[in-house]
Ligand binder design. Structure first.
Ligand SMILES: *Cc1c(COP(=O)(O)O)cnc(C)c1O
Length: 370
């Protein structure tokens, strides 16, 4: 009898599913706890913008109609200074990453990304039955971006079968950041048969960057796709909404594989309202910077090394297997993220919380370390 695994597409047979952070309700159920704290999935600890909540409430009565993303697309195009035909909405930016993989990858192709890069890149690549090609990362003693993307190594990994290079800036789970000029040179230097995907999921956390960062590069670089999300600083991770900015031609190809109505009507209005709440974004960025300092100081006091992060999370190096510390923190009701699946078995990734969350998690970490 034919084994089912022999019928599965080759990439799917090799695919390791995404491991989400543990949900609060699950921990509370398992350990009989209340008041668990989740700092495991880089969600905005301030919740969504109140303006998004009002917009979603107002839109509830219209959910009998299929969604229309036109107004959100128009608003994004205005804010980004690009044409509306450059924007593709996704059910989260992971949806757009998957569309890009389905458009450009076949079983004969590979996609290049760095070691310790975002877990969705190998998943999208395997789902298209193409080959992931992992470039070595910068070393742990690199002065600026330890464990971060080594652009020269990524360039060397590109071969004639490569169709996509994924770059996350800042990267998750390392939080490492490369200067945009270095990324620009890297992208401009790629051969014409390669699509550069620049994932800017955390870029809003970086101070003094214009909203339209990178968009002008599209003029010189027709093979560039930028992805952005409302899941992080905009506080809409559960609503599932993200987008890409690309040439109209690439957007046309993405649209061919896009599921109809992939972005839902509540997420669309929530995102529109979030774009109008600059105060919420500024406050989220400011509190994140303050919380990052709290964590850096606490790590300094405890003698714990960490990877310098520009995101809304900090990845700490326990210099020993991290699982016992993770589990001890769980028993204390604090959920953080083990990152062994990212090749970092001695590290834990911790989302920056509100000040009281940070204090509670730091106390739990101290307790766990005994
Ligand atoms: C969180 C994250 C995303 C966002 O995914 P969504 O599908 O938009 O929620 C994208 N890229 C990276 C690197 C991330 O960490």
């Amino acid at each position: 009898m034919t084994k089912l695994i022999e019928l599965v597409a080759p990439g799917v047979a090799l695919l390791q599913p995404y491991l989400p952070g543990k949900p609060v309700e699950e921990l509370e159920r398992e350990h009989g706890l209340t008041n668990a704290l989740k700092l495991a999935s880089n969600e905005n600890p301030h919740g969504p913008s109140p303006k998004s909540v009002v917009a979603m409430r107002d839109a509830l009565d219209g959910v009998n109609y299929y969604p229309d993303g036109y107004l959100l697309t128009e608003k994004l195009a205005q804010r980004l200074g690009c044409d509306e035909t450059c924007i593709t909405l996704g059910n989260g930016s992971n949806d757009v990453l998957d569309m890009i993989a389905r458009v450009f990858l076949t079983p004969q192709n590979n996609a290049v990304f760095s070691k310790h890069a975002f877990a969705v890149y190998p998943i999208a690549t395997r789902a298209a039955s193409a080959q992931p090609k992992v470039a070595p990362a910068l070393t742990s003693d690199h002065p600026v971006a330890p464990y971060g993307h080594d652009l020269e190594a990524m360039r060397r990994a590109v071969d004639p079968q490569t169709r996509i290079v994924f770059i996350a800036n800042p990267n998750n789970p390392t939080g490492t950041w490369l200067e945009m000029n270095a990324i620009k040179s890297f992208v401009n230097d790629l051969p014409g048969h390669v699509i550069a995907v620049l994932d800017l999921a955390y870029v809003e956390y970086i101070e003094h960057l214009p909203f339209d960062v990178g968009v002008e590069w599209l003029l010189d670089c027709p093979n560039l796709v930028i992805t952005r999300t409302f899941s992080k600083i905009y506080g809409l991770a559960g609503a599932r909404i993200g987008y890409s900015i690309s040439s109209p031609e690439i957007a046309d190809y993405l649209n061919r594989v896009r599921h109809p109505f992939n972005a839902n009507s509540l997420a669309i209005v929530a995102a529109q309202a979030a774009l109008d709440d600059d105060g919420f974004v500024a406050e989220s960025r400011h509190d994140n910077s303050a919380g990052m300092l709290t964590w850096q100081r606490a790590c300094g006091e405890m003698g714990i090394e960490y990877i310098p992060s520009k995101g809304n999370f900090i990845t700490i190096d326990l210099a020993a297997p991290a699982m016992p510390v993770y589990e001890s923190m769980l028993r204390q009701g604090v959920i953080v993220r083990p990152v062994a699946n990212y090749g970092l078995p001695h590290h834990l990734r911790i989302t920056i919380g509100r000040q009281q969350d940070n204090e509670r998690a730091i106390a739990a970490l101290k307790q766990a370390l005994g």
